[in-house]
Design a protein around this ligand. Sequence first.
Ligand SMILES: Cc1cc2nc3c(=O)[nH]c(=O)nc-3n(C[C@H](O)[C@H](O)[C@H](O)COP(=O)(O)OP(=O)(O)OC[C@H]3O[C@@H](n4cnc5c(N)ncnc54)[C@H](O)[C@@H]3O)c2cc1C
Length: 279
Amino acid sequence: MRRLPRSAWHAATVASVRPETSQSARIELDVDGWPGNAAGQHLDVRLTAPDGYTATRSYSIASSGPSSRVVLAVDRVPGGEVSPFLVDELRAGDQVEVNGPLGRFFIWEAPGADVSDAPNAPDAPDVSDAANASDAPDARDASRPVQLVGGGSGIVPLYAMAHAHAEAGDDTEFRLLYSVRTPEDTFFRAELAQLAVNGPGRAGGIRIDLIYTRAAPTGHERPPMRLTRDEVARLVVPAERAPRVFVCGSTGFAELVASWLLDLGHDARSIRIERFGGT
Ligand SMILES: Cc1cc2nc3c(=O)[nH]c(=O)nc-3n(C[C@H](O)[C@H](O)[C@H](O)COP(=O)(O)OP(=O)(O)OC[C@H]3O[C@@H](n4cnc5c(N)ncnc54)[C@H](O)[C@@H]3O)c2cc1C
């Protein structure tokens, strides 16, 4: 049985920083001694100022597998202490420290990987979260469909899962429901379009439903507005089919979607939630 790699602090060199959207950046790090990570895990980035002041924030990892090249996608939170620096100031060659990989509940691995939930200290599971608290064995049942639900930058760990699923040529049914402000705000836009080409019926394929909240592309059948409960009922794999559901986004988004899922009959043990903060 494969165990999740243990987390530790590592020195990292920024390999590249480029715009992901107008408000965000894709950051590639070369991490010394990185043990690899499962799709959906995150890490902590620690910045240290010349006067010794440090600031640490968590970021999901968009990449997965054994590579020591780790990909992040960071949204600029206006007035934030760390994210504007990462998006606007960080440059290739800069050094940061990262602690990871973290997270043993919010992960997806191809069937057969059989990931153990062995301790991965010091990462604390989201035990305050009823939907995350149970790690029932059936939550890892490979034959069950997988439903990803993301809002904004909450796509990052879900993209890692969808990409890992495609790379593995896995034939689990995969769907993504992604709520984003405008087409231009879509993270991994080209990559998601490429993943969707295969469609849900093919190995490694995925069905992607995009929900635009502020502006939709010309000809889009749905007017821009927030995701609704009815849309979740219509677009998420129904509870009767017992999907494993991964929800990620701002705290407000994740909690609202989780409450709708429970309302729609989804088993709390089948829902995994990652909250990015904010409302
Ligand atoms: C497990 C985990 C994974 C994460 N992964 C990502 C990721 O992949 N990409 C990413 O961009 N962010 C991610 N985040 C959020 C990230 O950790 C920071 O919270 C975010 O970058 C803001 O940090 P800051 O220092 O700029 O803002 P702060 O100085 O910490 O906060 C400034 C203000 O913004 C509010 N705020 C904090 N976080 C958010 C937020 N996410 N949205 C809206 N308002 C917020 C605060 O309440 C505060 O009022 C993740 C968070 C967690 C817990």
